[in-house]
Design a protein around this ligand. Structure first.
Ligand SMILES: Nc1ncnc2c1ncn2[C@@H]1O[C@H](COP(=O)(O)OP(=O)(O)OP(=O)(O)O)[C@@H](O)[C@H]1O
Ligand SMILES: CC(C)(CO)[C@@H](O)C(=O)NCCC(=O)O
Ligand SMILES: [K+]
Length: 282
């Protein structure tokens, strides 16, 4: 482990912005306790502190206030900031808020900053969140196994990483809340369901409108994930390791693992990816 500097990682998603605080790690190369242990694969860097808040459809003042409150209690200043974004409008607001708090040099990550081979038609068009998750998964997957990374955010992405660590592409579909909003907005009488407090639908066979929507959305999402896992497993040598992240991950984790086998849930996969990419410079 080499010496690092403090890092504030910022992941600007479609609906929410997530912050991760990674304090410096001090090298302890000659630690008498650990030096006798076999060499373990490097760990995923995980943030000491995190904060997430909605930015989509939130007035700038309100967003600034929420972020300011967290930054203030964090009591750090002028540290290195690395930001990834799939939302250019929100990036501008977040960068302004950071600047007001003394974080004036914000490194906005692009695919060129990542050491990841990307085999798709236009690598520069792939969402940086998908690529950062792949970078993080490359740190923790078995070296001889491929991986499938599922990110359940506003949009859901399911991506295949080869056993050589190459990003091979994947699938994009509407997330649970986006699909719920589409049903409400695109019909005359369907209510808007919120994913708050929903685990699995109470009744698979909906006996009222909300139960029917909950069953359709949740099992529809789990079914889509199962099918994509099946397809991508056919395209892989051996059985891929499964990784799950994103706001809606807890909702599907148990049901998915039951049908597909072990699924590793990692909450802050994109923030971890940002920390890995920043490591060389920390
Ligand atoms: N405060 C919250 N805590 C946990 N989950 C939430 C919260 N707010 C929303 N969610 C759920 O998280 C989902 C969004 O996930 P996530 O935060 O990963 O996505 P996002 O911020 O929109 O970013 P992206 O879609 O770009 O990954 C929503 O569908 C919603 O159900
Ligand atoms: C698919 C989302 C919205 C998921 O956050 C994001 O990764 C994105 O905007 N991607 C750009 C298109 C692509 O990845 O091919
Ligand atoms: K995402």
């Amino acid at each position: 482990m080499s010496e690092t500097a403090d890092l504030l990682a910022v992941d600007v998603g479609t609906s929410r912005v997530k912050f991760g605080w990674f304090p410096a790690e001090i090298a302890c190369l000659n630690d008498p306790v650990t030096s006798t242990l076999p060499i373990a694969s490097p760990q995923l860097p995980l943030p000491d502190e995190t904060f997430a808040c909605r930015h989509r459809d939130v007035p700038p003042d309100e967003l600034a206030e929420q972020i300011a409150e967290w930054l203030t209690q964090l009591e750090v200043q002028q540290t290195q900031v690395a930001l990834s974004s799939v939302s250019p409008e929100a990036t501008k607001s977040v960068a302004e808020i950071l600047a007001q708090h003394g974080f004036s040099s914000v490194k906005v990550l692009t695919s060129g900053d990542l050491s990841l081979e990307v085999q798709v038609i236009e690598p520069n068009r792939v969402g940086i969140d998908r690529l950062l998750s792949a970078v993080a998964v490359n740190r923790v997957r078995n070296a001889d196994r491929s991986a499938i990374v599922m990110d359940l955010g506003t949009a859901v992405t399911v991506d295949l990483i080869s056993h050589h660590g190459v990003f091979l592409g994947g699938a994009i579909l509407p997330g649970w809340s986006l699909a719920a909003a589409a049903l409400h907005g695109g019909t005359s009488s369907l209510p808007l369901l919120s994913s708050d407090n929903i685990q699995l639908p109470e009744h698979d066979l909906g006996k009222c409108t909300t139960e029917a929507i909950a069953a359709g959305l949740t099992w529809g999402l789990i079914g889509a994930l199962e099918k994509l896992i099946e397809k991508y497993t056919e395209l892989s040598e051996g059985t891929p390791q499964l990784f799950l992240t994103g706001g809606d991950a807890p909702m599907v984790l148990d049901a998915l693992s039951e049908s597909t086998g072990p699924v590793r849930h990692i909450s802050h996969l994109i923030l971890a990816g940002i920390a890995i990419v920043s490591e060389a410079k920390r």
